[in-house]
Ligand binder design. Structure first.
Ligand SMILES: Cc1cc2nc3c(=O)[nH]c(=O)nc-3n(C[C@H](O)[C@H](O)[C@H](O)COP(=O)(O)OP(=O)(O)OC[C@H]3O[C@@H](n4cnc5c(N)ncnc54)[C@H](O)[C@@H]3O)c2cc1C
Length: 420
């Protein structure tokens, strides 16, 4: 590692997805001593199926800026891209272009290096980035998104990568053309992947624990009646009172008992799969619902799955590849770039960080947003729609507490150079 003349900043934001860019844009508006790291929208460009459309409505897919004129609607209007708050699905391509434009406009100082290591250092943190450069930051915002938290069923964990992958590693499905593939899961990622596999001519099977696959309804173009609005209020997480509660009262969610909060987070799926994929997927894939995966094993150059339904009857399925579209779960232990002592110092419930009402972890000065904050603020944090709430709250708290801790450079614990 190189010897470093001690550079010290106020805030480092780690991650340049919707939450990191929104946080940096809001923090940077009042405090220029901020650095942000990561490749812009990398989860969206590298891990989502190309050709995907967003499940979230246009009005629920905005990044958060300190100035007006930064919404997805305005971006589309300025470029002549068709847009509607609710009735026109947003393409992945449009959303990525919007996010990249947002970055150039509000966070032009983004550094596209990864943060390799973070440890506590005096009253703040020492960060190692890129090829091993280090610097000090008084406060750190973790906006590291979803990819650290991939969930793989234990039955598949030790099987070779030629037979098994996670949906996050399947943004391109051409390699499955003409092959047989089983997808585990019935969420929106599973359905998007199934549609993409059908398009490339893969023999596609969906295996789901759920009893059915849920699609949203096709927009009718008519204004909803008062009765239907009352029964199914609109919300950024899809229609219904549960989604409405989750999106409008993230603070209240913090006060629910630990187990209930995590149970809701497990169960709340957010927007259903897109209506326009219904016919393709139901008509083009083999579908097994209400099935538990009991075992998985190698069978020659294929993989054999043993499934069991609620009545106890079992069946086996042999395919050339299995994709686990089994989601993401925010366990702090998975953030390997955080020093082990730092990870251990973060208060958690079943591994999921517990945050203050300002998104601060139990380590003073260490904040978390996006999925890492979902254990405290609920399902809203799993979607772009939560970025505004989180960014504003974090930036206000950083501003309020700016002078309240003595700075690292003044602290006696900071050496002039770091060697190793
Ligand atoms: C297939 C799929 C479809 C989805 N569709 C929707 C949708 O339609 N609408 C919606 O609202 N949500 C959707 N989501 C959820 C979506 O992922 C989140 O809403 C959104 O990405 C959250 O933004 P984020 O900034 O927290 O995370 P991310 O977008 O994951 O961004 C985090 C970034 O941090 C970077 N990073 C991580 N570690 C480091 C490090 N050590 N150093 C530097 N950078 C780092 C990552 O590379 C990544 O670019 C979907 C998710 C999936 C998987």
């Amino acid at each position: 590692m190189t010897v470093v003349g001690q550079s010290s900043i106020d805030v480092a934001v780690i991650g340049a997805g919707p939450y990191g860019l929104s946080a940096a844009a809001n923090i940077g508006a009042s405090d220029r001593s901020v650095r942000i790291f990561g490749r812009p929208l990398q989860t969206w460009t590298d891990t989502m199926p190309a050709g995907m459309k967003l499940k979230s409505d246009g009005f629920a897919s905005n990044l958060s800026a300190p100035a007006p004129g930064a919404s997805l609607a305005e971006f589309c209007r300025d470029r002549g891209i068709p847009y509607h708050d609710t009735d026109h699905p947003v393409s992945l391509q449009t959303f990525v272009a919007y996010g990249q434009e947002f970055q150039r406009r509000f966070v032009p100082y983004l550094e596209t290096a990864d943060v390799q290591h973070v440890e506590q250092w005096g009253d703040g943190f020492k960060l190692t980035v890129g090829e091993g450069q280090t610097f000090l930051a008084r406060r750190v915002v973790l906006a590291v998104g979803v990819t650290h938290f991939k969930v793989m069923p234990k039955q598949l964990m030790d099987l070779p990568a030629s037979l098994v992958s996670h949906s996050a590693d399947c943004s391109r499905v051409d390699r499955f053309a003409g092959r047989s593939v089983a997808i585990l899961g019935a969420g929106a990622s599973a359905i998007d992947l199934a549609a993409a596999l059908i398009d490339v001519g893969a023999t596609t099977t969906i295996v789901a624990r759920a009893g059915s696959i849920r699609f949203n309804s096709e927009p009718s173009g008519r204004r909803p009646t008062l009765l239907s609005q009352l029964a199914n209020p609109k919300s950024p997480l899809g229609p219904g009172w549960r989604s409405r509660f989750a999106s409008s009262m993230p603070q209240a969610y913090r006060h629910l008992p630990d187990r209930l909060r995590l149970a809701i987070l497990h169960r709340h799926l957010g927007p259903r799969s897109a209506w326009y994929l219904r016919d393709k997927v139901l008509g083009g894939a083999n579908i097994f619902v209400a099935q538990q995966l009991e075992e998985a094993g190698v069978a020659g150059d294929r993989i054999r799955l043993k499934l069991r339904d609620e009545s106890g009857s079992s069946k086996s399925l042999e395919v050339e590849h299995v994709i686990a579209a089994t989601g993401y779960w925010p366990q702090v232990e998975r953030l390997h770039f955080l020093d082990q002592k730092l990870r251990q110092a973060i208060r958690h419930s079943e591994g999921v960080p517990i945050l203050s009402r300002y998104f601060e972890t139990s380590v003073v000065g260490l904040y978390a947003t996006g999925l890492t904050a979902a254990g405290s603020f609920g399902p809203l944090m799993r979607f772009v729609a939560g970025a505004d709430y989180a960014a504003r709250r974090i930036s206000r708290h950083l501003e309020k507490t700016r002078g309240s801790r003595h700075t690292l450079v003044a602290g006696a614990t900071v050496p002039q150079a770091i060697r190793s």
